[in-house]
Design a protein around this ligand. Structure first.
Ligand code: FPP
Length: 253
């Protein structure tokens, strides 16, 4: 039997450490478009191709959870034609891509305050959740009208509504009341376009993440760039407050 592999697959060594949860701030669409004298929306459209490439690369590498920041709660303040164009892109992406992602066993969740979206978009989101909810492949979380502080406040509200006594409130219990508890803490955070900010993304889950900032603009970010971030992560020593010696000893055992 002949197995046809591309050049990269033949030379690639399996990574020692693959992050279980990767979170990405997809930044630089506007600047990518401006450099080409194109309208900002052209950058967002090209950015959809990068989204596709990164989903494929993450699944191939064995990442279990991929969380993408697509629209923050502050992004409503952008010019209304840009906001409208982004809503259209979300609708098109869900319409065109969900069946294919479902075939690849991807579980899709849109995370954020969805109530502000049009009834048609909310309906499409619910259909995507429903169709893919039992899939056991990559967990794909797309944050829209999302803010990290909002998520923390929502978790507090849930805990209060359940009348949980204060002595029972632990970090674990709190984390279980976040929006996507099963995706867990973020191992690797990626932000494109040379900005080094967290921008109110996954504030609780980023506590011990490795932070990777790259100058590449999101529309130019592809499988190769994603793999560079994974390679960088594989070399990081994650100490979680311990000493380097303790970590080496544990790894040797
Ligand atoms: C940030 O770049 C990007 C956004 C606010 C939108 C992200 C949306 C996409 C990548 C397309 C659709 C996504 C999905 C999940 C289908 P920016 O506009 O702030 O860029 P700038 O900083 O250069 O102006």
């Amino acid at each position: 039997m002949t197995i046809v592999m591309d050049k990269n697959e033949i030379s690639a060594q399996p990574r020692v450490r693959v992050p279980q949860h990767v979170a990405v701030v997809m930044d630089g669409n506007g600047r990518w478009a401006k450099k080409r004298f194109l309208p900002r929306v052209a950058g967002h459209k090209k950015g959809v191709e990068s989204v596709r490439a990164v989903i494929r690369a993450a699944a191939k590498a064995g990442v279990k959870n991929l969380t993408l920041f697509a629209f923050s709660s502050e992004n409503w303040k952008r010019p209304s034609d840009e906001v409208q164009a982004l809503m259209t892109l979300f609708m098109q992406a869900l319409t065109n891509e969900v069946q294919e992602l479902h075939k690849s066993r991807v579980r899709i969740r849109l995370v954020g305050d969805l109530s502000r979206f049009s009834p048609a978009l909310q309906q499409k989101i619910q259909e995507s959740h429903h169709l893919t909810e039992n899939n056991d492949g990559l967990n794909l979380n797309i944050c829209v009208n999302y803010g990290g502080r909002w998520e923390i406040v929502e978790a507090c509200k849930k805990i209060v509504e359940k009348c949980i006594p204060s002595q029972e409130i632990t970090e674990d219990l709190f984390a279980q009341n976040l929006q996507i508890p099963d995706s867990g803490d973020v191992d690797l955070f990626i932000r494109t376009s040379a900005e080094s900010r967290i921008s109110n993304f996954l504030l609780w889950q980023l506590a011990y993440s490795e932070l990777y900032f790259t100058p590449v603009l999101w529309p130019d970010f592809n499988e190769e760039e994603f793999n560079k971030a994974l390679d960088w992560f594989a070399e990081r020593e994650r100490r979680f407050g311990k000493t380097s010696e303790q970590i080496s000893l544990k790894e040797a055992q």
